[in-house]
Design a protein around this ligand. Structure first.
Ligand code: TRP
Ligand code: ZN
Length: 870
């Protein structure tokens, strides 16, 4: 829908309950790709003001008839516009029946009922149900659903919806039907329907109370063997939720379906999760270790929503973090349990810094609980999800494990079956702990990443170390003044001999505070924000030698890793500044400390490969953007190339040795230990290749030719493409020929192409829009080529002549005509524009204005306007 006038925002402060309760919903679908007929019968009871009209949402659907208690309404009895059906006079208790049609095959937004690969799927969160039938499309209207699906039997042999299968049978004319009933009250955003031809893999899980739950995963015909890992992840998730949170599964069966055209990763529809096939299907040959890891965490995430989201849902969409923040926290804890807590923490912090910190520092910054929006689809953000999870983690750190569990038990017991708010959630933890958490609520209200500044003063004769803490949050759009928040500050001391002692957590609730540590061993070094307990930027000016000491001896592996990152960050900032000003940087003694510390880490046999692999990673460009002003992003990329080369030159022997030592002859196993060895091996190869030596390239070519798994194959390919055009081109062609029939691998191929540097490569990337395999309507493929271009091709995306930005913006505009939700998220990459140099700022501003001038969708308009600061 195009908008000419300024759209009005929805505000948290305007919340009012719906005027009617809908006890039951009976839906009848007569499926046809061109024109599906939907009949809905709702048992309504007035709960609000006497005489209030009944207002239902509806979008892109055609009304056939409306009846109350069996009597058809006349056209004058109701009003109908583009977005609403309003019935003026309705009784206090009645049955409403609505008949309408929708056109699934023309649904390019992939919201509501749509067709993908000849099958029917639905996506209703956040506001897709209104594209299926007229209904109060809001999360606080809870009903039980009975769904009848009718379709051609040959074309759509499998008919699924939420809950339990009650009945199925054949009908005349080659059609058949199935009746599903979900006994749990739910909001309409959790409704799902799937119809088509699938292969199934089946298993079962016995719950803590001894109930046997059949588990079914539905995939494209031929893909069944690729769902084993998802099934295994599901069973482990079910067992973990019983142990860690006391949560048992409730329905009589659990189903997951894979779909190729999908706007997000996956969706937690009650009893019938729907997954982007990229986050469900995996085997050794076609999926990377990273894919396996994501599948495990997303399967867990959607399963965990059954309690955090479905049994207890959100009162309104402003409370989105109630389900998403908590569920991300739960999936992170699950992954920590399955794969090791320290490494999981490092990965989660990396992701937070890559996506959430830039968001919080730019024009799209918003609180974890926003107060207004134009399109709720635009608020499925890193802030709601990832920062939302950090808040739960802090809550646990502040209360301790026992009280945290007591609070979550209390939450599940008292709010089950309701649509709740953040206040109610926090009250449960207050009730369980007896603490006052009102100040903690500020974390939900204030946007922006706090800066925690640390200063120390030692008194050797008194053997004390005084630590001054100061927190400050800078203004964000619409919030010029910030107040201090409550945060856990974790710290420890490291003696010169490496002993770690005086570990503690200090709750900071004022702007400034000081702590005096006593009985200090002379020469001890302070380590702060251990485990990244508080999601803040730490400002603590430590010398390179002290950081190297932390890197050598910290027992908290996160802080050990972080000390290396801090060293690398300083080096990269200095190098970027030098490149920008056209000067050769002075030789920085800190480089020695850094590469020596990396070398020692690589040599240490007691450190496991997973940590070594992470330690070899340098800070992302986005981190440097936030730490500097007026930056040339290409200078950042060049500084990164320089530092990686420096690591290779200084640690060549260790890198070569570890590459060889971490080869394996055993059969591929996606487990964390094996994945860590592959990650380390491939990180070594990638660093060594920066030296441009022929023998390294030959090694990469050999690995590419003989790899028996996708992780090794694609790592070698990436290394070749980055370091040798001819070898890269040749290997890339071989790869495409090898995998051209597999959509998920072809996506990887597109993503690799989009990351190629060099002016000539940009022309090649642009020409891929005409490639036979490019699909401009498929979100996965567009994200691979276009999203990949912005994320992993800084040199072309930020090209000085503006060609990269123009190319990207053209794709956003093109996508907006099909799928505004996906287009708006693509446009979001420009959120960092004010950190860039003035030349880039001008170029991006021009593109954002061009987007607005083209009369975009509401989704895209909201992002473009906010990005501009309008
Ligand atoms: N609730 C889903 C999750 O976090 C994500 C989701 C929200 C989604 N809106 C969507 C998925 C639209 C697909 C399409 O797990
Ligand atoms: Zn979720």
């Amino acid at each position: 829908m195009r908008t000419d006038t300024a759209p009005t925002p929805t505000r948290l402060s305007d919340y009012a309950p719906f005027d009617f309760n809908i006890e039951t919903v009976a839906l009848d679908f007569n499926l046809d790709p061109a024109k599906t007929r939907v009949t809905s019968q709702m048992k309504m009871t007035r709960t609000g003001a006497a005489g209030a009209p009944l207002v239902l949402d509806g979008e892109d659907i055609d009304l056939i008839s409306v009846a109350i208690d069996g009597t058809a309404l006349n056209r004058s009895d109701y009003r109908l516009n583009q977005t609403q059906l309003i019935i003026k006079n309705v009784p206090d208790t009645f049955t409403l029946m609505i008949e309408n049609t929708c056109a699934p095959k023309d649904n390019t937004q992939l919201m509501g009922l749509y067709v993908s690969g000849g099958r029917f799927f639905t996506q209703c969160e956040a506001e897709g149900f209104r594209r299926i039938t007229y209904f109060p499309d809001r999360p606080d209207v809870l009903s039980t659903y009975r769904v009848t699906v009718t379709a051609d039997k040959a074309a759509y042999p499998t008919l699924l919806s939420n809950g339990n299968l009650m009945e199925e049978g054949d009908l005349d004319g080659g059609r058949h039907f199935a009746v599903w009933e979900d006994p749990f009250r739910k909001p309409c955003y959790l409704f799902a329907l799937v119809a088509g031809e699938f292969d199934t893999i089946s298993d079962s899980f016995t719950t803590m109370s001894g109930r046997d739950i059949p588990l079914d995963i539905y995939v494209d015909p031929g893909d069944a063997s690729r769902a084993d890992y998802a099934m295994d992840s599901l069973k482990r998730s079910m067992a973990w939720d019983e142990k860690a949170f006391g949560r048992e599964y409730d329905l009589d069966r659990f189903m997951i379906v894979a779909v190729r055209d999908f706007n997000f990763g996956a969706m937690e529809n009650k009893g019938l999760n729907i997954f982007n096939s990229a986050l469900l299907l995996a085997d050794a040959k076609r999926a990377t270790d990273m894919n396996f890891q994501r599948i495990e965490s997303v399967v867990a995430h959607e399963y965990f929503h059954n309690w955090t989201g479905n049994r207890i849902t959100c009162r309104d969409w402003f409370q989105l973090c109630l389900k998403e923040g908590f569920t991300v926290f739960r999936d992170q804890e699950f992954s920590a349990h399955e794969r090791g807590a320290a490494l999981q923490r490092i990965k989660d912090v990396k992701a937070l810094r890559a996506r959430q910190f830039p968001e919080d520092a730019g024009p799209l910054a918003h609180p974890v609980r926003p107060t207004q929006y134009l399109k709720i689809d635009n608020f499925y953000t890193a802030t709601i999800y990832e920062k939302g999870a950090e808040l739960i983690r802090m809550l646990k750190a502040l209360l301790g494990e026992k009280l945290f569990r007591k609070g979550s038990d209390h939450y599940f017991e008292t709010l089950d079956g309701t649509a709740a708010t953040i206040e109610q959630f926090i009250e449960c933890f207050e009730a369980a702990s007896g603490r006052d958490l009102s100040q903690f609520m500020l974390w939900y209200e204030q946007a922006g990443t706090p800066v925690l500044s640390i200063r120390t003063k030692r008194d050797d004769s008194a053997q004390t170390l005084t630590v001054s803490l100061e927190q400050k949050t800078y203004p964000t759009p619409g919030q010029s003044r910030k107040v201090p928040m409550m945060m856990p500050v974790t710290m420890a001391l490291i003696a010169p001999d490496g002993e770690v002692y005086a570990e503690q957590m200090i709750p900071l609730s004022t702007a400034k505070d000081t702590v005096t540590l006593r009985d200090i061993k002379p020469g001890s070094i302070l380590s702060v924000n251990r485990g990244f307990a508080a999601p803040v930027t730490v400002n603590f000016d430590q010398t390179a030698s002290r950081r190297a000491h932390i890197m050598a001896y910290e027992t908290d592996l996160f802080s050990r890793w972080e000390a290396g990152q801090a060293l690398a960050r300083d080096l990269l900032i200095a190098q970027t500044t030098a490149i920008q000003s056209g000067k050769m940087p002075a030789v920085d003694p800190a480089l020695r400390y850094y590469t020596d510390a990396i070398r020692k880490t690589l040599q240490d046999k007691t450190i496991d490969p997973g940590f070594k692999a992470l330690a070899l990673g340098i800070p992302m460009g986005s981190e440097l953007l936030l730490a500097m002003d007026n930056v040339d992003p290409i200078a950042i990329a060049e500084a990164g190339d320089w530092l990686r080369r420096a690591i290779a030159d200084n640690c060549q022997i260790e890198l070569s040795r570890l590459y060889t030592e971490n080869q394996s002859d055993s059969e591929y196993d996606p487990c964390a230990q094996h994945a860590a060895r592959r990650a380390l091996k491939n990180a070594c190869l990638s660093l060594l290749a920066t030296q441009g030596r022929h023998d390294t390239k030959a090694t990469a070519k050999g690995q590419f030719d003989t790899a028996d798994n996708m992780t090794d194959e694609i790592s070698a390919l990436m290394t070749l493409m980055r370091n040798d055009d001819a070898m890269g081109d040749a290997a890339s062609d071989v790869f495409y020929e090898r995998w051209k029939d597999d959509d998920l691998v072809v996506d990887k191929w597109f993503a690799l192409q989009s990351s190629r540097a060099g002016k000539q490569s940009f022309a090649q990337i642009a020409s891929l829009l005409d490639h036979a395999a490019y699909q401009s309507h498929n979100p996965n493929r567009v994200r691979a080529l276009v999203g990949g271009f912005a994320m992993s091709n800084p040199k072309n995306f930020h090209a000085y002549d503006g060609s990269g930005y123009a190319f990207y913006t053209d794709r956003v505009i093109e996508m907006d005509g099909k799928n505004p939700g996906v287009a708006a998220r693509l446009l979001g990459v420009f959120e960092i524009w004010k950190r860039l140099d003035s030349h880039r700022q001008t170029l991006i501003k021009h593109q954002l204005n061009r987007v607005i001038a083209g009369k975009p969708s509401k989704n895209v308009l909201e992002i473009a306007q906010k990005a501009l600061g309008a």
